[in-house]
Design a protein around this ligand. Structure first.
Ligand code: ADP
Ligand code: ADP
Length: 218
């Protein structure tokens, strides 16, 4: 069952071509790593699948619908590099706000537990450490109990312990049957987590396979 598809997608920003004939699809329940160097088009692909930007040409479908449709948006969660959070809003208030976007959100206590936010619910976002900020962003991605989760470079800047903690959470999403697309430029991270790796460069797919297949290529 196809959860998300991009068909012949191009995205141009003025003279810059961010995506150039990108084709990819996500099947229900798989964890896919979108791997590629800086500027390859990973974030742009995620933004298009979230309906935050429109393709210049080609087709993007999420759960068979336009990504901007409410029916697909309410089944999707995301952890982006540029997040919609505010320094002067508390952790708990962020969770309440993001839960309100979804028809069947997880209980607050479960969100707090999953993301290990116990004891800091009343802190302002601006007061959190780097690792705590990342954990809140993860909490906001999963609080709506979405079927499809986008994680854009979720462990960038994390120390090894925090990174492994987040890897465990991603594995847990898979065990729950969620579909996960994560972008990364670490082959190691793709290897640790992904069922399938899609390597992109210059806005299109250059190779695709299991982590083992990709490692043997490179
Ligand atoms: P990645 O996530 O793989 O690092 P991006 O999708 O961020 O790649 O960027 C792909 C290309 O598109 C880069 O050349 C980048 O500078 C450009 N780009 C991305 N977003 C914008 C934007 N909003 N305006 C102009 N150029 C952009
Ligand atoms: P929005 O109003 O949806 O945030 P923008 O396209 O103005 O839309 O910017 C969205 C994202 O694109 C931001 O994350 C921004 O940092 C990034 N961006 C803007 N210009 C560039 C660029 N030249 N290269 C890479 N990323 C860019």
């Amino acid at each position: 069952q196809k959860i998300a598809t991009l068909q012949a997608v191009a995205k141009k920003y003025g003279a810059t071509t961010a995506l150039d004939g990108l084709n990819l699809s996500l099947q229900a329940g798989e964890v896919v790593a979108l791997l590629g160097p800086n500027g390859a088009g990973k974030s742009t692909a995620v933004r298009l699948m979230l309906g935050l930007a429109s393709p210049t040409s080609g087709t993007v479908r999420i759960f068979g619908a336009d990504p901007r449709d409410a029916a697909s948006r309410t089944r999707v969660g995301a952890m982006l590099q540029v997040a919609r959070v505010t320094d002067t809003i508390k952790v708990r208030e962020h969770i309440d706000l993001f839960r309100s976007y979804y028809p069947k959100p997880l209980p607050v206590a479960e969100v707090v537990r999953i993301a290990q936010l116990e004891g800091i619910e009343n802190k302002f976002f601006g007061e959190l450490s780097g690792g705590q900020k990342q954990r809140l962003l993860f909490a906001l991605a999963v609080c709506g109990d979405p079927d499809l989760v986008f994680l854009d470079e979720p462990t960038v800047g994390m120390d090894i312990e925090a990174r492994r903690g987040l890897w465990q959470q991603i594995r847990s999403l898979k065990e729950q049957g969620k579909t996960v697309l994560l972008t990364t430029h670490y082959l190691e991270e793709a290897d640790a987590l992904a069922d399938r790796v899609i390597v992109i460069n210059k806005g299109h797919v250059v190779s695709e396979g299991t982590p083992a297949e990709i490692k043997n290529f490179s």
